[in-house]
Design a protein around this ligand. Structure first.
Ligand SMILES: Cc1cc2nc3c(=O)[nH]c(=O)nc-3n(C[C@H](O)[C@H](O)[C@H](O)COP(=O)(O)OP(=O)(O)OC[C@H]3O[C@@H](n4cnc5c(N)ncnc54)[C@H](O)[C@@H]3O)c2cc1C
Ligand code: FES
Length: 256
């Protein structure tokens, strides 16, 4: 039975590890976060290595989908079953399901919180279209999992090895043309999020966008994760927005 995690660091153990692609894997922990919402994150800490935020890709058991890019993420990707990992959370404000037709847009490991969201929506029998983008087919993650949930999956890759050739905005346009009353949820690099915001505004839809920032305390104390004034203005959110506690999910304003 997984133990519950709260706001303080708690030691967990790795139950199993699933490889997603050459650089990414999912860690299954012997912990659960029954009250966590998709889009929330945990701080994962390896003593002597460091502490970084990771989206919750599943809450029972708690799963984290980690792409190895630097010291902390590489060390996490070397963990084996029975190894210890300290986590605190859930932190931040996540996605809120709105309506019954959803378009999910992901780039890179942005697919991780969207998988948790899709699972929740499909359990309610809601319609889910996933638009997923990556550099190449080999970089796409969690595809089988989304397909097993019976989501409609539209792909884009920069080299054209899977789906449309180009950016994820191509399948998003296609999905929007067919679903002008859907709610849009996105997680990925900032450029992708701003492009999603622009496309949604064109058709007067609001979007829930999950942003990244340099997160240190994770609880709204240190100010290191403040969203730039320019981005606040672009999205129509008050200045001084803290990604860790006011976000990471931002509901962008409609035109009218
Ligand atoms: C709210 C939130 C949720 C997050 N969720 C996840 C998640 O679910 N899975 C996950 O793997 N990471 C996630 N991250 C990113 C994670 O917190 C770390 O920033 C990342 O793992 C790199 O940390 P590091 O210490 O290993 O490397 P760092 O030393 O921080 O980075 C090493 C180098 O890699 C670059 N880099 C950082 N991220 C990427 C990237 N995505 N692709 C290519 N280069 C990059 C940096 O610019 C730097 O040059 C999330 C971040 C936030 C703020
Ligand atoms: S990380 Fe400290 S305020 Fe957000």
């Amino acid at each position: 039975m997984p133990h519950k995690v709260n706001g303080l660091f708690q030691a967990s153990r790795i139950d199993r590890v699933r490889k997603e692609n050459a650089d990414t894997l999912t860690l299954f922990l012997d912990a659960s976060l029954p009250d966590a919402a998709p889009g929330q994150f945990v701080m994962a800490w390896l003593p002597g290595v460091g502490e970084k935020p990771f989206s919750i890709s599943g809450n029972d058991p708690l799963t984290l989908t980690v792409c190895a890019v630097g010291p902390v993420s590489r060390a996490l990707c070397e963990l084996k079953p029975a190894d210890q990992l300290w986590v605190r959370g859930p932190l931040g404000k996540g996605f809120v399901l709105s309506g019954e037709t959803h378009i999910l847009v992901g780039g890179g490991y942005g697919a991780a919180p969207l998988y948790f969201l899709a699972k929740k929506a499909r359990a309610l029998n809601h319609e889910v279209t996933l638009c997923l983008g990556a550099k190449t087919r080999a970089d796409l993650i969690l595809l089988d999992q989304f397909e097993a949930l019976r989501c409609r999956v539209l792909l884009a890759t920069e080299d054209g090895s899977a789906g449309a050739q180009g950016l994820v905005s191509l399948p998003l346009l296609q999905a929007l043309e067919q679903n002008l009353r859907a709610e849009v949820y996105a997680c990925g690099p900032t450029g992708m999020l701003l492009a999603v915001h622009t496309l949604c505004r064109r058709v007067n839809l609001s979007a829930q966008l999950s942003f990244e920032a340099l997160i240190r305390c994770g609880i709204g104390l240190c100010g290191s994760c403040e969203l730039s004034e320019e981005t606040c203005q672009q999205l129509g959110v008050p200045s001084g927005f803290l990604i860790c506690s006011d976000g990471p999910v931002i509901k962008s304003a409609r035109l009218h």
